[in-house]
Design a protein around this ligand. Structure first.
Ligand code: PLP
Length: 446
């Protein structure tokens, strides 16, 4: 049954209690849902579905911001974690499983010769930048407008550039959080994505100071915006020529459309890559991978410190190995990609039939919806042209029809959504049936 109850019952009671003990009533800021005016309070998840504390059922198109790509409560992941528990709660030891996981990553990822684990995508990108700085002896980092690389001070900039500045060839640093040291932004160079002229000119001006270029090779944080192949080839060539470390942040794109991530999909190998989310199938684990030469700046070989009490926690390592086993099964990606494509084509038909202007951009199991936009979206500036009001009405309609499309709100660009390997053709049909009502209402209001 579609969900209808959003503001009464147990959720309301939890909200009241949460507000007393948590800033804004949430344990993580991104869980506040602007459409609801509060976070969801979920009770449990199974497969492609979530149930909230008031018993409402939702088909899930958030999938834990992309972490639960195998769906919720996957029996083989649960079993793997139990194997980890049975070995004792060890979290500062190397084991056979750690070696196995890193071997597997080196086999599957085109550019991976060595691996260092961490717990979250944020930690992984922080480590990658430190490695790049040590490897080059330079400090500055080039990033792209609208690309998100985690919560640390190094790069928490320009995910919300004021749209009127988004077309500048070099965009000033706009911190995405209060509390970031003044001066931190001076270590960044921020330019539009997929803009060869802006890239060449930034490299000409700052190339000698740059430790690295970091990017989402497919920027799902802009909905779904892949690097143009020519642009990526230019980036690879220029960074290699200038001794700048090229970092692909594959925290979201990793394993999303194939085992080798966006680098395999787009056919370009970076020097370093970061992985998280789908790798752990809901368990906290992340990795930095790269060429042996660059990675060997890490201790105990080199002088770069990247370590931690919970790094490579055994249950998460076991979950990741099992996730790789599941994703390596013949036909896994054919099915994942075909279910996702079925949803994208269905969404396009609904837009056309209801007279709602918009674009669906999806690669593998993740996608963005750009209401009000007709031309391909290739960067942040173009993403900001989306119609936020229609987007919000769409999200509200989804809440009312038992579809979970989480959105952080307060953004100039749309959010990313996704399918999982637990979604079936029937789930997609049911989703499109429910969305037909949502789009009909959007079309009628246009
Ligand atoms: N990099 C990218 C591309 C991401 O999408 C995210 C999270 O959404 C991160 C890094 C940070 O990962 P985490 O939330 O695990 O710290």
């Amino acid at each position: 049954m579609p969900a209808t109850s959003t503001s009464q019952g147990q959720a309301a009671e939890l909200r009241e209690r949460a507000l007393r003990v948590m800033p804004g009533g949430v344990t993580a800021g991104g869980r506040f849902n602007p459409v609801l005016g509060r976070p969801y309070y979920f009770d449990h998840g199974n497969g492609a579905r979530l149930w909230d504390v008031d018993g409402n059922e939702y088909l899930d198109y958030s999938s834990s911001n992309g972490a639960s790509m195998l769906g919720h409560n996957h029996p083989r992941i649960a079993q793997a974690v139990r194997r980890g528990l049975a070995k004792g709660t060890m979290c500062t030891q190397e084991t056979r499983s750690h070696v196995e996981l890193c071997e597997r990553l080196c086999e599957l990822i085109p550019s991976a010769e060595k691996v260092r684990l961490s717990n979250t995508g944020t930690e992984a990108t922080m480590a990658a930048l430190r490695i790049a700085r040590a490897a080059t002896g330079r400090d500055r980092v080039l990033k792209f407008d609208g690309h998100f690389h985690g919560m640390h001070d190094y790069v928490l900039f320009n995910c919300h550039t004021p749209p009127e500045r988004a077309g500048d060839p070099e965009i000033p640093p706009y911190p995405d959080s209060a509390g970031i040291p003044s001066g931190q932004g001076d270590l960044l160079v921020n330019i539009p994505f997929n803009d060869p002229a802006a890239l060449t000119s930034a490299l000409d001006r700052h190339g000698d100071e740059l430790a690295c270029v970091i990017l989402e090779p497919i920027s799902y944080n802009l909905g779904c915006v892949p690097a143009d192949r020519d642009f990526l080839a230019l980036l690879r060539e220029e960074t290699a020529k200038r001794g700048i470390v090229l970092i692909f942040d594959e925290v979201l794109s990793g394993f999303r459309m194939g085992l080798g991530g966006a680098q395999e999909h787009l056919g370009v190998e970076p020097d370093l890559s970061t992985w998280a989310k789908a790798l752990g199938a809901g368990w906290p684990i992340a990795a930095v991978t790269g060429s042996g030469e660059v990675m060997d700046v890490l201790g105990p070989v080199g002088g770069v410190v990247v370590s931690g009490t919970y790094t490579g926690q055994l249950c998460s390592v076991m979950a990741a190995i099992e996730a790789l086993d599941i994703m390596s099964e013949p036909g896994f990606y054919d099915r994942l990609n075909s279910i996702a494509d079925g949803l994208y084509r269905g969404l396009e038909s609904l837009m056309a039939d209801s007279g709602v202007t918009g674009r669906v951009q999806g690669i593998g199991a993740r996608f963005g919806l750009y209401f009000g936009v007709t031309e391909p979206v290739r960067n942040y500036e173009e993403a900001t042209a989306f119609d936020a009001e229609v987007n919000n009405r769409f999200l509200r309609g989804c809440v009312e029809h038992g579809l979970h499309f989480h959105d952080f709100g307060t953004k100039f660009a749309p959010m990313h959504y996704g399918t999982t390997s637990a979604h079936t053709d029937d789930d997609v049909d049911l989703t499109l049936e429910r969305l037909a009502d949502v789009f009909a209402a959007l079309g009628a209001a246009a």
